[in-house]
Design a protein. Structure first.
Length: 323
């Protein structure tokens, strides 16, 4: 009888709590007149971090109170057996607190969604406004550039028309000057190609330079016929202790080239072993040749096993045994 009475009491309590919980949910959903324990955050919600933290704290306090009334330490320990041991007032208070927290979260989510929609709309409006401003600025830039180009083209056209005659004159003058310089350079090279320079020929007062040159040519085995020569003279200003070179002007370059080929025979002459012949080079050509000579001397010092010589303004070398 006692066991039957206890079972009947438990069923009555369970039915009462279930009926009470359903009644509370229906009452909240239809009339929203159920008293709320905590003040509403949603009415003044401005979505600051501290308000969200406050809502989180309210949820934590509610669950902590429920766990304390059920005398458990974590939510996973809540089950039907534990809840059936609670007094109906405790269970009702816990349910009401959970419902209040649920309402707060639902309201907050609704407000947040509305706020997000408003922000999206504002962003779309701002983007449209920015696009409009960019279009206006682009049109302004286009108009300004077009105007400046028109002004610049008109100014340039006026300058060209005004100075066309002067420009043509300057171009013609420059062209004539360039052509003249090229012709003069070619003529000078042709003239120098018919000249022969003799270095190291002893210089004496009241000398017969023609006879001295003849002796040099005879010593190397090739004498340029007198009728093929134009003039013969020393070059440069006379200085004490300095031997000036001799320039021999010929009628054609063939005799000069042939004499240069035979000039190496002067090394075997007792009287003219220190005399050497060379082409009549310009100042620039002499500088280039001097540089090649220095480079050749460096190569000889570095590798004396080869024979080095200058040909066509280039350094060449062959094996020493072929010399």
């Amino acid at each position: 009888a006692v066991v039957s009475t206890q079972s009947t009491g438990s069923c009555l309590i369970s039915n009462f709590l279930t009926h009470r919980f359903l009644s509370l949910l229906i009452e909240i959903a239809q009339t929203d007149k159920h008293p709320i324990r905590h003040p509403c955050l949603c009415c003044t919600m401005d979505f600051k971090v501290n308000k969200l933290h406050k809502l989180e704290e309210m949820m934590r306090d509610t669950f902590s109170a429920t766990l304390s009334e059920a005398k458990v330490t974590k939510l996973s320990d809540l089950n039907e057996t534990v809840l059936m041991k609670l007094h109906k007032n405790q269970l009702v208070n816990s349910i009401i607190s959970l419902v209040n927290v649920f309402n707060e979260n639902v309201s907050t989510c609704k407000l947040a969604a509305e706020k997000i929609d408003d922000l999206k709309s504002e962003q779309i409006q701002l983007q449209s406004k920015c696009i409009g401003l960019q279009s206006d600025q682009l049109e302004t830039v286009k108009t300004t550039v077009k105007s400046e180009l028109n002004i610049g083209l008109q100014s340039w056209s006026d300058v060209v028309k005004k100075n066309s005659t002067q420009i043509q004159t300057d171009v013609l003058t420059t062209t004539k000057k360039s052509v003249k310089q090229v012709i003069e350079k070619v003529n000078e090279e042709e003239r120098r190609a018919c000249n022969l320079m003799i270095y190291g020929l002893p210089e004496q007062d009241d000398e017969n330079i023609g006879a001295a040159v003849y002796e040099v040519c005879h010593a190397m085995g090739y004498v340029i016929p007198k009728e093929k020569t134009i003039d013969c003279y020393r070059v440069g200003k006379k200085q004490q202790g300095k031997v000036r070179p001799v320039r021999l002007e010929c009628q054609n370059r063939g005799d000069v080239e042939y004499a240069l080929i035979h000039s190496k025979l002067l090394k075997d002459s007792a009287k003219y072993s220190k005399v050497y012949l060379a082409p009549d080079r310009s100042k620039e050509q002499r500088q280039e040749h001097s540089l090649l000579v220095r480079q050749m001397k460096d190569l000889i010092s570095a590798d004396p096993s080869k024979h080095y010589f200058i040909k066509n303004n280039k350094l060449c070398s062959v094996a020493a045994e072929r010399n």
